[in-house]
Write a protein that binds this ligand. Structure first.
Ligand code: PMP
Length: 289
């Protein structure tokens, strides 16, 4: 396995960063998760744009410009001979000293690109749906660290994931501080009511998921109404269908929430239609490796 680290392709053992890196010491950095299908990187520029926007929001100068970043991703995939891959980009503030002041980081940032085989939810959940729970851990308020920033501060999500683990399920639905459904620990959420899709607006405290945006576009093309609107747990319990979206998860049907079957407890027709058109899209576009 070759890992891209600050301009060099190194072995897994050689891919080490300083203990004074502020990404490690303070979670001061940003990241992306991208996927390639059949030798093409899906939505590469959308992911690079989100990475740049996350970096801009925390006033982190991107060590690489867009074209160099794109090339580095493709080079790493080629070096690893990967066609179907999960790609993790990490950009940290770089090496500094103790003390959180970002001005201490003079190395110009740390850039890491890891490409690996994709790990998914077990296949039976795509066929039968995933059971999830809502959890007590609230999403960070946008006025503190905005959940729109894909930062290295994932402790909020990890706390919710621990609650999911404790409940014996694989994913958790998180609410905003005032009780609106926001998103999951690593996925966005959609519900279906009488043939129309709803997903929470990002201002409620959700990442602007690239899969989420793709699903909204696919719905538009298929003439399926889709709105960004606030909703509560009750609206999930009473939905006809529910599904989650994410780069790793793609579109995964939800069968049960907090013990309540969603619809008849099986993946619904609209979810399955979107899964099909999403699969077709991932196999028909992307930046060639
Ligand atoms: N929400 C969170 C908190 C995430 O970390 C992710 C990415 N894994 C998503 C939603 C889904 O975003 P995307 O579709 O861009 O992968």
């Amino acid at each position: 396995m070759k890992i891209w680290l600050n301009g060099k392709l190194v072995s897994r053992e050689g891919a080490v960063v300083s203990v004074f890196d502020h990404g490690l010491l303070y979670g001061d950095g940003v990241f992306e998760g991208i996927r390639s299908y059949d030798g093409r990187v899906f939505k590469l520029d959308e992911h690079l744009e989100r990475l740049e926007n996350s970096a801009k929001a925390i006033m982190l100068d991107m060590p690489l410009k867009r074209d160099d970043m794109r090339k580095a991703v493709l080079d790493t995939l080629r070096a690893n001979g990967l066609r179907n891959a999960y790609i993790r980009l990490v950009v940290t503030r770089g090496e500094g000293d103790l003390g959180l002041d970002p001005r201490k980081c003079k190395s110009g940032g740390t850039v890491i690109i890891i490409t690996d085989k994709i790990t998914l939810y077990p296949p039976e959940h795509y066929a039968n749906g995933l059971e999830v729970v809502t959890v007590a851990t609230r999403r960070n308020i946008p006025e503190a660290v905005s959940p729109k920033i894909k930062s290295l501060n994932y402790l909020n999500n990890i706390l919710a994931k621990i609650e999911a683990n404790n409940a014996g399920v694989l994913e958790a639905i998180m609410m905003s501080a005032d009780g609106w459904v926001a998103e999951c620990t690593g996925d966005n959420i959609f519900i279906v009511h009488k043939g129309a899709l709803t997903t929470p607006p990002t201002h409620v405290g959700a990442l602007e998921g690239i899969t989420r945006n793709t699903v909204m576009q696919l719905a538009g093309k298929a003439g399926i109404p889709c709105a960004e609107a606030l909703f509560t747990r009750y609206d999930i319990y009473s939905a006809d269908e529910c599904f989650l979206t994410g780069t790793a998860a793609e579109i995964i049907p939800v069968s049960k929430v907090d013990g309540r079957p969603i619809g008849n407890g099986n993946p619904g027709p609209l979810t399955l239609k979107l899964v099909e058109s999403f699969h077709a899209l991932t196999r028909s576009e992307g930046v060639p490796i």
